[in-house]
Every structure is written in C-alpha cells, then in structure tokens.
Write a protein that binds this ligand. Structure first.
Ligand code: SF4
Ligand code: SF4
Length: 373
C-alpha cells in the first residue's frame, strides 16, 4: 500500500540525538519522551544503523517494542551504504537490525544518505534498491525509500530509475531552500513533480534556526503571533504540500513539549510570517562571511595540519546562525585528529598560497577565541 502523506503523523521523533547520562542513552528519559509523544497521537520513530553507535536501534526494542503494542508505533531505519562491500552485507546488516530492534519488520526502510554519483553507483552495483524491494515483497519492509544529500540532477535521475521508491527523506528548511550547497527548494520541486511523499530532516537546521542571530530574532518577535523561532521553522516545512512527516531530533522533554504544541495541530504560515521568514533569509545571506572557497590549497603545507577551510565554514555558520555551542561541538569533532585554530604558529605558508588572499592567521586567532575557549 502506498504512502498517503495526509495520513502520516506530521511530527516524527528522530532518535539520533537522544538524551545521555554518563555517555549512555538515558533510558528512563527516552521512555518518558516516547510515551509523551505517543500520548499526543504521534507514532513515527526514525532511527538508523549508526545512530548512537547502534544503541539507537537497541533502544527501539527496550523503550518501544517491550513496552507498547507493535501496531501502536511505526519504525523507520536505514541501510548504511558505506558499510557495504558485497551484496551479502545487506542481508547481514538487515538481520542485525531486526535483532537489535525486535520489531519483526520495518514500517519504513531507507537506503541511507545517498550523497553523490559515486554513492549511487555503489548502490546500483550492489543492487540495493532491488534487494530492498524484495524485502518488501517478503513483508519485512512495509515502505521503501532513501535519504538524500545530493544534487537535484542526481535526485531526478534516481527517482526516474527507481519508480519502486515510495518516499524520499531530504534536508529541508527555510535557510537551505535556496542555499546552493543544499538546494532544498529544487529537491522539493522534483519530488512534487514525481508525486513522491517527503520526509523532512533538519527542519531547524540542526538546531541553528531555534536560536538565530539577534536581527532575525527581532523580526520574529515583532510578529503578532509571537512564535518561537523553532516553531516557525517547523511550520515552514509543515506548510508545504507533499510533506508527510517532519523529523525532529528531540533531546529533552521541554523540546518535545514545545514541538507537540506546534503540531497540535500544525497551522500553515500566515502571510506575515512568510514575509518575516523571507526577511530573515535576507539577513542571514547578507551576513559578512569569510570568503573561503574551500579549494584546500592551504591544507597540505600546514605544518600543524589545521583543517583551515573546515574551521572557516564553522566560523561562518556561527556568524549566520549564532548557534555557537553546537558549532563548538562540531569543531571539536572535526578537529579530533588534526590541529586546532589555537595550534597555528603563524608560519604564513597558507597565506602565501591562498588565492582569495585571506588573512588566515588573524582569522584563525579570531576563531580560536570562541572555538578553543
Ligand atoms: S600560518 Fe598557521 S594555519 Fe597557516 S600554515 Fe602556518 S600553522 Fe598552518
Ligand atoms: S587556500 Fe584560502 S580559499 Fe582555499 S581553502 Fe585555504 S583559506 Fe580557503
């Protein structure tokens, strides 16, 4: 049976940023959040083989399967292409997922994160789409889809070559609608042309749109409806036809309660709110950014192995979205095996090769004050 987006729960519970205690998923809190979510009429849980090192799938078993009737919730999980070397790997991983979750079958199963032609070619060579379609025939998968981070051209190609796909999960939010690195708007239009239901990921751009820069906050605060920035971002996605479910990776009960309020029921954006969002996007775009083009000419010769363009991308994100704590966490992860901004010894090698003539030493010193604090 194909998916009817109008019958799907609009709010999906993403199980990728679950609350932790001493680096272990906080089972009690996840149970409270899952119960709260279901008590309000929602039932879409989104996990993946890799989330929380595999423990996200395991908590599906303990928090859901062992505590609620199987027909009271639906589970989506994903096949990680980067873990596959040969066709037999798909069977092995799938069986492992069934054991971990204890669900018996998956309501939604996605080929996880197709990013580019190379990734798609790998799935074509392994015949992953055909394999997942067979699992659907066997009743072990109810609905088949894929999550996508690539270009509109590639998306068009995949959905044309695979009419068996029932839904696609894409990154979609107002800041990325025309962002050339993401192109949410173009991806959305292709899926609408093909009448394919959409699962939205990153509706709040990893949390950045929940805490925007002061100029954006000001615009939103002047709206008569006084919406929170997070609710506006969620309603932007929810106002689009063809959107089946909007995933939110909730980590606290407070976040969950705020989201439940937004979705009970979800109201479309008013014209004033739409106009405020357009102004917010203009402000975000006009924020002066470090003009690094990520050519990486500076990287090879850096004696401190500092990932300069990656650090500049993080600094730009802080300038545009103000979400320093999240970006600092991202920075720590990104530089876990390399030099950090504070390690620059001002040798000047990078500046001598930078085609954009950036004052890299001084920019890194600026970045270090926030990122290495
Ligand atoms: S100036 Fe700093 S960032 Fe540039 S190459 Fe030297 S150590 Fe690396
Ligand atoms: S050489 Fe300049 S533009 Fe290229 S990645 Fe390095 S800092 Fe960015």
């Amino acid at each position: 049976m194909s998916i009817d987006p109008r019958k799907m729960p609009k709010l999906g519970f993403g199980l990728m940023r679950l609350p932790e205690k001493d680096r272990v998923i906080d089972f009690e809190q996840v149970c409270r959040m899952a119960d709260l979510y279901m008590e309000h009429g929602f039932n879409y849980f989104d996990t993946a083989y890799i989330y929380h090192g595999g423990n996200s799938e395991k908590i599906v078993k303990t928090a859901l399967v062992e505590r609620h009737p199987r027909n009271s919730f639906t589970v989506a999980t994903k096949l990680p292409g980067w873990c596959l070397e040969k066709p037999e790997d798909m069977e092995r991983i799938f069986l492992e997922q069934l054991v971990r979750t204890g669900t018996g079958f998956f309501d939604y199963y996605l080929i996880h994160s197709i990013e580019d032609e190379k990734g798609y070619e790998k799935h074509t060579a392994l015949r992953s789409f055909e394999w997942t379609a067979r699992k659907r025939e066997e009743g072990l998968i109810r609905h088949l889809g894929f999550s996508f981070h690539g270009t509109p051209e590639l998306l068009r190609k995949i959905v044309s070559e695979h009419p068996e796909v029932e839904f696609v999960q894409i990154q979609l939010n107002y800041a990325d609608w025309d962002n050339p690195d993401v192109q949410s708007g173009a991806l959305y239009k292709i899926l609408r042309e093909h009448d394919i239901p959409i699962i939205v990921m990153e509706p709040v751009k990893g949390g950045s749109l929940a805490n925007p820069i002061p100029a954006v906050k000001q615009i939103f605060s002047e709206l008569p409806s006084a919406p929170t920035p997070a609710s506006l971002a969620l309603r932007f996605a929810g106002s689009l036809d063809g959107v089946a479910t909007i995933l939110s990776g909730m980590s606290t009960e407070e976040q969950m309660l705020e989201n439940i309020r937004t979705f009970s029921p979800l109201s479309r954006l008013t014209p004033e709110e739409g106009s405020a969002i357009r102004k917010a996007v203009e402000i975000i775009r006009s924020t002066p950014l470090i003009g690094c083009t990520s050519c990486r000419y500076c990287c090879d010769g850096c004696p401190q192995q500092i990932p300069i363009p990656d650090i500049f991308r993080i600094m730009n994100s802080i300038r545009q979205y103000n979400d320093a704590p999240q970006e600092i966490a991202h920075y720590r992860y990104q530089t876990r095996n390399s030099g950090r901004a504070k390690d620059c010894i001002a040798c000047g090698q990078c500046e001598s090769v930078c085609p954009q003539h950036l004052e890299i030493v001084s920019l890194l010193a600026d970045g270090s004050r926030i990122l290495d604090a």
